[in-house]
Design a protein around this ligand. Structure first.
Ligand code: 5GP
Ligand code: ZN
Length: 136
């Protein structure tokens, strides 16, 4: 079976698995997360199957954030996180690109974030900046 045929989000996009659909266009599909971190937790996906952000065509990606914005506004959430995980270590469980819109109503519900900031190192940043720019 191909990765696409086995993909749970491809099945949701096709309607083979039911979902609480919030939005659909030629290239985009959005629905409620089945195990929400908070009330209103939604997922926005490109119909194009790809596991990571770098696998998705720009035209599909360009249409995603306006849909995330529409759902964030409709949710009424004052505080919310937009999250897109890539790879197992980065907490991706479903290998079809998806953007989470997660309302943050209080300290306990919604996304909990670990933010292990490190001290500023200007020399390291300067070198890294040059390395990345050279590959863009
Ligand atoms: P990830 O950890 O890959 O970024 O997030 C995957 C998300 O997909 C999880 O929040 C999970 O609850 C959601 N999810 C997994 N399977 C289904 C499903 O069959 N239906 C819906 N609506 N959401 C799902
Ligand atoms: Zn898929």
């Amino acid at each position: 079976m191909s990765k696409m045929a086995a993909c749970i989000f491809c099945k949701i996009v096709k309607g083979d698995i039911p979902s609480f659909k919030l939005f659909e266009s030629e290239r985009i599909f959005a629905f409620l997360d089945i195990q929400p971190l908070s009330k209103g937790h939604a997922l926005v996906v490109p119909k194009h199957h790809g596991s990571k952000l770098t696998d998705i065509p720009d035209d599909a990606l360009a249409e995603i954030l306006p849909v995330v914005k529409k759902i964030a506004a409709a949710s009424g959430a004052e505080n919310y996180n937009v999250l897109q995980n890539n790879g197992r270590l980065a907490h991706q469980e479903v290998d079809h690109v998806h953007f989470h819109m997660i309302p943050k109503p209080n300290e306990t519900e919604g996304l909990g974030i670990g933010w292990p900031a490190t001290p500023t190192d200007m020399e390291a940043l300067k070198k890294l900046h040059a390395d990345i720019k050279a590959k863009m």
